[in-house]
Design a binder for this molecule. Structure first.
Ligand SMILES: [Zn+2]
Length: 230
C-alpha cells in the first residue's frame, strides 16, 4: 500500500479569530484568545491505511487522533521540544502505546511541558524509522534548539523540518534566534544538500522546497539574526 502524507493544521491567529470568522458581536472587535488555546502549527501524519507515524503532534491531541482514525500509530516523532509541537505527544502516543521520539539535547525543553514523562526513543543523526514501506532518516539540524531534527523521506521526496526551516526561512523562538549561526549552518550544510526537488514540510505555515530555500539562503545569511524573517 502506498504511503501518503496528511497535514493536521491548527489554525491560530493573534486576536483569536480565523480570517473566516465574523466578529462574534457584530462589531469590529474580535473575541479574546481563550487561555491555553492551541497555536498555529503543522502536524504531519505519514503512513498508509494501516499504520502511521505522527510528526509534531502539536497541542490538539483530539484533532490529530481524528485524522489518524483507526490506523495504528507506530511512533510519535518530535522535531524539537517546544510546547507548540510536543504538548499533545504523550496523549497521542498513549492511545496505541507508541513510543515518543526526541533528540536528547532537547530534554530540558521537553521537561518544561512533560515533567513526568520521558521520550522512549532518543533520536540521533542518521537514525531511521520505517512506516508503510517508506523510511524516514533523522538529520540533526540544531540551532532553533540544540536537539532540533529534520526527517527526510527519500522515497516520497520530502523533508519535515520542524522549526529549523520554514518557507520564510530559519525560525526564531519567541522573537530571538538562540543560535543563528548554528541554524544557518544546519540549513546550508545538511538541508540544502538534499535533492533540489525535495518538498519542505515545515512546523508552521505552508510548504516550500529545497530549491526555493537554496535560492534565498544567501539573503538569510546577509539579513542576520535581527531581521524579521517570521
Ligand atoms: Zn520551536
Amino acid at each position: 500500500m502506498e504511503a501518503r502524507i496528511e497535514r493536521v493544521w491548527t489554525p491560530y491567529f493573534p486576536g483569536g479569530a480565523t480570517p473566516q470568522d465574523p466578529p462574534a458581536n457584530g462589531g469590529t472587535s474580535r473575541p479574546a484568545v481563550p487561555p491555553g488555546a492551541p497555536r498555529e502549527a503543522n502536524t504531519w501524519v505519514i503512513g498508509d491505511d494501516d499504520e502511521v507515524i505522527v510528526i509534531d503532534p502539536g497541542e490538539d491531541a483530539a484533532g490529530v487522533l481524528e485524522m489518524v482514525g483507526d490506523r495504528e500509530i507506530l511512533a510519535v516523532i518530535c522535531t524539537h521540544g517546544h510546547a507548540t509541537h510536543v504538548a499533545a505527544a504523550v496523549e497521542v502516543a498513549e492511545r496505541d502505546e507508541a513510543p515518543v521520539a526526541l533528540h536528547p539535547a532537547d530534554r530540558l525543553h521537553w521537561r518544561l511541558v512533560h515533567p513526568d514523562a520521558d521520550a522512549e526513543i532518543e533520536m540521533t543523526d542518521g537514525g531511521r524509522f520505517d512506516v508503510a514501506d517508506v523510511q524516514l532518516e533523522v538529520i540533526h539540524t540544531a540551532g532553533h534548539t540544540p536537539g532540533s531534527v529534520s526527517l527526510y523521506c527519500a522515497d516520497l521526496k520530502v523533508v519535515f523540518t520542524g522549526d529549523a526551516l520554514l518557507a520564510s526561512g530559519p525560525v526564531p523562538h519567541e522573537g530571538e534566534f538562540p543560535d543563528f549561526p548554528g541554524q544557518l549552518t544546519a540549513i546550508g550544510e545538511r538541508l540544502l544538500d538534499l535533492p533540489p526537488g525535495t518538498r519542505v514540510l515545515p512546523g508552521h505555515g505552508e510548504e516550500s522546497s529545497i530549491a526555493a530555500a537554496a535560492k534565498r539562503f544567501d539573503s538569510w545569511v546577509a539579513a542576520g539574526p535581527s531581521a524579521d524573517l517570521g
